[in-house]
Design a protein around this ligand. Sequence first.
Ligand SMILES: Nc1ncnc2c1ncn2[C@@H]1O[C@H](COP(=O)(O)OP(=O)(O)OP(=O)(O)O)[C@@H](O)[C@H]1O
Length: 696
Amino acid sequence: MNKPTPPKTEAFRALAPPKERSEASRVVRRITRQPFAIIAFAWLAVIVLWAVFADVLAPYDPLQNNFTPDEVLQGPSAEHWLGTDENGRDVLSRIIFGARVALAVGFGSVLVAMLIGVPIGLLLGFRGGWSDRIGTRFVDIFDALPGMLVAFAVIAILGRGLPSLMLAIGLIFCMNFARMSRAITLSERSKLYIDAARVSGIRESAILFRQILPNLAGPLVIQAAILTGSAIIIESALSFLGIGLESAVPSWGGLLGVAAAKQAIQPFLAFPPGLVIIFTVLAFNMVGDAVNDALAGDQHKRIKPVRRSRRAGAAVASVVPATDPSPDAVVNPLPIWPEPVTDRDVEGEPDADRREPVRALPPLGVAPDRSSGDILEVRGLDVELRPASGPHVPLVRDVNLTIGRGEIVGLLGESGSGKSMLARSILGLLPPGIGVASGRILLNGEDIAGRGEKDLRAIRGTEIAAVFQDPMAALSPVHTVGKQLMEPLRVHLGLSKKQARVRAAELLDRVGVRDAANRLNDYPFQFSGGMAQRVAIAIALAAGPKLVIADEATSALDVTTQAQVLDLLLDLRDEFGMAILLITHDLGVVAEACDRVAVMYAGEIVEVAEVDRMFDGPRHPYTAALLAANPTTEAQVDRLPTIPGRVPLAGSWPTGCHFAGRCAFATDACSEGSVAFVDDVRCVRADELSKELVVR
Ligand SMILES: Nc1ncnc2c1ncn2[C@@H]1O[C@H](COP(=O)(O)OP(=O)(O)OP(=O)(O)O)[C@@H](O)[C@H]1O
């Protein structure tokens, strides 16, 4: 039979134009379009000015008593615009100085709450499982305690004063932050970019603090703004009750307490502190809402301003050969470093050599060594689902597969046949509740089946890497691509920041991203799908892995981009020498790229063959059926044959051959017992069918 026509392979100029507009400035513009938000910001600015310049702005010393009868509890006058309190002290001065207490308590207690709550939430969300369930119960119990009682208890133990007030109010709020951080961490940790970070060999603590924590920034700012207002109210309430700060300390709550006690003599006294508290709390709430609305209106929220680095541009201009401007030259032929790179090269500055020089970086790629045996050997691998109750369900059964160094092996099969489960077993990324039941996964001769995170970290990135289907999901939305590229370079190759940046630009350029040095500063959303996949490939290759698992790496792209990315993978294999396990549904991709192919059906590998041999003479009826159903065959038929029925679900595999129910050649013998994988095929009738399995 003829091979299906491979995808078109011409390269195109397909680069997303760099976007210059800063996301932060868009958020600011949205905020400034809200009139109430502007008023709120203006009011808070006034409060901050009072707090900072109280010594200059206050007309009197706020602690200066004056007990002469006509100075005590006075209403507004030319000397005292807001009157005087029960000690004859100027109310305006005490309100201006009170801003210091209000802001100190507001910001301080929210900071305490964040420092306690955020780590708790991050840890509970990231660990999951039992520790999360037990921890969440404690959070619920603590949160159910009445806030004021907590505050009374803390003040009773520690005494009155600013620090105990901050701690008391911080404890009231900390579980709000814990809940919010946990919820965001739970949703982020199951995302593909976290798996991708794991596969790059990045430590859990780094994933937690560098990948997940930045996602909290936006919600934390909003929550903090709102709770700062609430903290000011609680401080006022405690001072009003007489257990806040000492009565001499000028605080808005304290003034309100005096006003309540002296209401019959001087009713005006309640208005200034009351109104200031109301306006300030409302302003903090409005600011929180405005920021929330501004971020919500921005699909790329939490993005930092994008700056383009001319210096970085100069760096690559000096070390990377000029890009071929022709439309066919998306992938730049960049061989190896011509010269050791120094700061002078990087910075393009005459005095750059006074700083630490950048060591000569090793060559980007190494020639493939296909002579020295297999890089991967999977033997008798069984993977199963382990539900909380009920029997274990096999998902992958008795898989045997080898991949030679520098070899590209396709893994082909319908949806649900177990390709991803097999790939995730090799990567050590099986979802919770699914595990390796038996078998061996020998990577470079070492068994890695079922190994823990710590052991796997040593091989991820350097020995094994992965490229996933959806590049946008596999890249962290909160970091620039430069940061994501530099991380594995620094972790695995021990490069300095400067070296890592140069190498990152080189890698990015090598995978066909133009203006690579400047684009290091861009976020993933600023790349098209195809370009983002090139970035993901560059990250996967950063530490020189010997095996790359490409899980449907081209499926989410349009046909033209698919072809370009496939070409790129082939070029990189030739240059870097890594083996590739290419998971795909697409026979065209197999024909174009693979040396050998393994066909998977209902959890089992049913046939392994050289690609040409498989297309010329499939040995398993399922392989033959897949080839016959391929729309790109050159067979002249009115309607393409389809495979009747569907892949049986895990847990309902038939006894014997899993394909028997859909196989035109099945006999009773096929259902008698499990079928062994012999001579690279799993079919009891393989020999007798060899002449019949001709794809029409
Ligand atoms: N998280 C999970 N929990 C339980 N079963 C799962 C889970 N993920 C996949 N499965 C089951 O494992 C089997 C193999 O699924 P897998 O995703 O490996 O198939 P696949 O060949 O990769 O399919 P696709 O091409 O659609 O990605 C299927 O029966 C599927 O229902």
